[in-house]
Ligand binder design. Structure first.
Ligand SMILES: NC(=O)c1ccc[n+]([C@@H]2O[C@H](COP(=O)([O-])OP(=O)(O)OC[C@H]3O[C@@H](n4cnc5c(N)ncnc54)[C@H](O)[C@@H]3O)[C@@H](O)[C@H]2O)c1
Length: 447
């Protein structure tokens, strides 16, 4: 099939590359000329394991093209996937300006090249009702043109995006007619040979599946953090509580890791969008609100712990940060806890030296010259009054503790991801703070 991806970010690019990988002819359109230039040369503008190899392979075999030219992108497309961003606006609603601009471009193209059967697919995460709004907007701007409409939410995780896309747990598609449903069954057939389901449903439900899924996962994270905070207050160990709790099959163990809370380009904005949808409809959304509030509170609480260690005054202190990305295996720093903590530390008068295996550039674009970002993890720790760990990259899981202690001015570690055993760190002479493990090493300096 001839496909066009509108937007070549984390979702559009991965989707385009993976569909090209199963033999489709894919054109990726973006308004960002620098991104398109890089992609044409086979250079991946984002860090995503495995993506660059697939990109090169599919460019070479002629199935994948990149352009900023809307005419070229839309002229022959049978399926047009809208994969542009839907960030939060100031009131927490999903800002649809990129989606609606893409709809206008598509309408203009349909008018110029009528007669071809096409389907417009909203893949961006959008509030319930948006896909039909896109349909109506295109109909109004290009009256008489024929096109199908669908919603196809994406569930990939950054860091595992290629595997998630190629072997999805499920594919969800909202359609208005059986013909469009059959088209999607053909398109996704190579991806569900493992027997995983394709759910065809109405468009409104399909849009809601995405919000319900992300909101639920965010809820698990806020829930375990709330339990971790209770553990701290009462001297229990969240690690042990987690084990005991997660052995129950009804509960499971995924997304139940205590820490600094969720970040990234999806959970924070999708939780807010759910709250905004509820408020618009007059439906109470107190669970979603609590999930969001707990998540924000978790960062503040961790920062308060750092401040309190230094007697409430960070002025003149030097802090090392390991991890800038919102999670490992990505360079995405959108809503990353590290950025919140670094901004707070700088505002409180501390200096910051930070390291991340891949997110230096994206973090620098957000933080400017405030922190010093270095290219080696022990270099970040050099002369620092404490180390703060914000991302659970594998690189940080078994460090050379002697080297770390020698690099730090004082051996203090604030571990926002519970990477180490408190008793081991204490034995090695560190003052060690983690999340939810107040009683992990009674009488020790682990907190
Ligand atoms: N990132 C994820 O892990 C993920 C996972 C599932 C769903 N989603 C959803 O997918 C959507 C896209 O997310 P993303 O992270 O890929 O966004 P992104 O910000 O990485 O990429 C969006 C791209 O769209 C381009 N763009 C904007 N307007 C355009 C237009 N009119 N024509 C062509 N290109 C245009 C931008 O230049 C940018 O390159 C969002 O709704 C998001 O919630 C994201």
């Amino acid at each position: 099939m001839r496909l066009t991806m509108v937007g070549t970010g984390y979702v559009g690019l991965v989707t385009g590359v993976c569909f090209a990988g199963t033999g489709n002819d894919v054109t990726c359109l973006d308004v960002d000329a620098r991104k398109i230039d890089a992609l044409r040369q086979g250079r991946c503008p984002i860090y995503e394991p495995g993506l660059e190899e697939l990109l090169e392979r599919n460019i070479k075999n002629g199935r994948l093209r990149f352009t900023t030219d809307a005419t070229e992108a839309y002229k022959d497309a049978e399926l047009i996937f809208i994969c542009v961003g839907t960030p939060s606006d100031d009131a927490g609603h999903a800002d649809l300006k990129y989606v609606l601009a893409a709809a206008d471009d598509i309408a203009a193209a349909l008018k110029r090249f009528p007669g071809k059967p096409r389907t417009v697919v909203v893949k961006s995460t959008v509030p319930v009702g948006t896909t039909l709004k896109v349909r109506d907007r295109i109909r109004a701007a290009a009256p008489g043109t024929k096109f199908g409409i669908a919603n196809n939410p994406e569930f990939l995780k950054e860091g595992d995006a290629i595997t998630d896309f190629n072997k999805p747990d499920r594919v969800v598609v909202g359609v208005e007619d059986e013909e469009t449903g059959a088209l999607f069954r053909r398109l996704y057939d190579p991806f569900v040979r493992n027997g995983h389901p394709i759910f065809l449903m109405d468009i409104l439900s399909s849009e809601m599946v995405k919000y319900a899924s992300n909101n639920f996962l965010a809820t698990k994270i806020s829930f375990i953090n709330e339990m971790a905070n209770l553990c701290e207050a009462y001297g229990a160990d969240i690690g042990k509580v987690r084990e005991g709790m997660c052995a129950d099959k009804r509960i499971g163990s995924q997304f139940l890791y205590p820490g600094l809370g969720y970040g990234g380009s999806c959970f924070p904005k999708d939780t807010l969008a759910c709250i905004a949808m509820g408020q618009s409809a007059g439906v109470p959304v107190s669970v979603s609100q609590a999930v969001h509030d707990t998540n924000q509170h978790q960062r503040d609480r961790f920062f308060a712990r750092i401040e309190s260690h230094f007697g409430g005054n960070l002025k003149g202190k030097s802090l090392a940060f390991w991890g800038l990305a919102f999670k490992p295996r990505t360079d995405d720093v959108r809503e990353a806890p590290a950025l919140t903590l670094i901004r707070k530390a700088l505002a409180a008068g501390a200096t910051v030296r930070a390291f991340d295996p891949v997110a230096s550039e994206t973090a620098r674009a957000e933080l400017g010259n405030g922190p010093t970002i270095v290219s080696e993890m022990y270099e970040a720790a050099k002369g620092a009054d404490a180390l703060v760990i914000c991302t659970d990259w594998d690189d940080f899981k078994s460090p050379d503790f002697d080297r770390l202690a020698a690099a730090l001015k004082s051996p203090v570690v604030f571990d926002g991801r519970n990477l180490y055993r408190p008793d081991e760190l204490v034995r090695r002479g560190f003052t060690y703070y983690s999340v939810g493990r107040a009683g992990a090493a009674p009488g020790s300096r682990a907190r």
